[in-house]
Design a binder for this molecule. Structure first.
Ligand code: ZN
Ligand code: ZN
Length: 407
């Protein structure tokens, strides 16, 4: 049992008047003014600092050690996993107590985290991300001859064509415990096969994916930059539109009407690719595409805010040295939204997207005990996310203390 006293509490939605929290095992059992218990041996005095639910990164990649995507898809699993271990450990120490993997995250990492072999956040994984032949996730360069005619499948992505292949691949990922399914629905920035505006998959294929996921009480997240792609997402039942960089106001209104469709912008990714350019090893076409995306993506977010779309938050960064900037996603978002809304996106709304409403991303009786404490108030000073290590005082994940600099 842990009792945290004397905290300023943001519960994932609002600031609340309670000042203390009782945690038993991994659950928040009580919130109140001045909780005491004769059974508690672990009191933490928060000294009026800012307590909130652990952050959630809803677009994360554990199994890509760098921006060499063609390599990551082929490197030995052991190499990928050792990198992932470092990435996950660092991520937790930045205050992210949950991540949703967006392609490549697998049951091996989940098992290792659960068993305590490695340390890191809660890990929601899709297994391999599914792409059509020649789609954004097809990790075969167009310059390559494909000697083998069989379907391509790498560490991160898998190529599927036609309703039957889509269905089979999805059932296979759910067999391995996938928490959600990831598909590519438009072209993207970082690979060279598909132009940005290219629609991926037929409607029947997408519908098959959505229905298969629904049968497992799960959902589909779709990589989708385009406005036209976002309309397809809404009409075909995709829950989570990833990137959404070119969404118009008209489409934003459509998304908003469908209560169970969300958008997860990923600003850090575009920012990094534009500023680092060729140093990341990406080609000229990627740099051209990212410029177009970066010019329009802020407008797309503004359109979503205006229409009342529920926005999640994800960083979409790859590799340990670039994930240092993971928390800056919140700062980038604060240019289009109020700070408190950015915090809501990174906690309660992300949890809702992940079908974990009231369990994660909230400080609430009955919720899982994922709690962080800052030495400054991010609603007033969002810039603390420039240097999370300096400002974090306490990290509790699943009722266990991972960092305690307060006492
Ligand atoms: Zn993507
Ligand atoms: Zn991604």
């Amino acid at each position: 049992m842990i009792i945290i006293q004397n905290a300023k509490i943001f519960n994932g939605i609002n600031l609340i008047s309670g000042q203390s929290i009782l945690i038993e095992n991994n659950i928040i059992k009580e919130i109140g003014k001045n909780i005491k218990s004769q059974y508690c041996k672990n009191y933490i005095d928060a000294k009026k600092n800012f307590l909130m639910p652990g952050l959630i990164d809803a677009h994360f990649h554990a199994n890509t050690p760098s921006y060499d995507f063609y390599g990551s898809d082929r490197y030995p699993k052991s190499y990928i996993a050792l990198h992932a271990s470092n990435i996950l450990n660092d991520t937790l120490l930045r205050g992210f107590t949950t991540v949703r993997d967006a392609g490549g995250g697998d049951q091996g990492l989940h098992m290792s985290l659960e068993e305590g072999v490695i340390n890191g956040p809660r890990f929601f994984y899709p297994g391999k991300a599914l792409t059509q032949t020649g789609g954004h996730g097809d990790m075969r360069k167009k310059e390559y001859i494909e000697h083998c005619g069989c379907a391509y499948s790498g560490n991160i992505t898998k190529v599927v064509d036609g309703v039957d292949e889509v269905r089979k691949a999805i059932r296979e990922e759910f067999r391995k415990g996938a928490k959600h399914i990831k598909i590519f629905l438009s072209g993207g920035v970082s690979t060279n096969l598909a132009p940005l505006e290219m629609p991926h998959f037929s409607d029947e294929e997408i519908l098959t994916a959505v229905q298969e996921a629904q049968r497992r009480n799960s959902y589909v997240m779709a990589h989708c930059h385009t406005d036209e792609g976002a309309v397809r997402c809404v009409n075909l039942g995709i829950r989570s539109i990833e990137h959404g960089s070119l969404i118009s106001l008209k489409t934003a209104k459509l998304i908003s009407q469908k209560k169970n469709t969300y958008v997860v912008p990923t600003l850090s990714a575009g920012q990094l690719i534009e500023s680092m350019g060729t140093k990341l090893g990406l080609g000229a076409s990627s740099l051209e595409k990212v410029k177009e995306v970066n010019l329009k993506r802020n407008k797309a977010i503004e359109n979503c805010v205006k229409a009342g779309v529920k926005l999640g938050l994800g960083s979409d960064l790859h590799g340990r040295q670039y994930l240092i900037n993971q928390s800056k996603e919140l700062i980038l978002r604060s240019r289009m939204q109020k700070n408190v809304d950015v915090l809501r996106s990174a906690t309660s709304i992300n949890a809702e997207i992940m079908q974990m409403k009231n369990k994660l991303g909230v400080i609430k009786v009955g919720a899982l005990a994922d709690i962080i404490l800052w030495n400054d108030n991010p609603i007033k000073n969002i810039n603390i996310f420039n240097n999370p290590k300096k400002h974090l005082l306490l990290i509790i994940k699943d009722g266990k203390i991972n960092l305690n600099k307060i006492n």
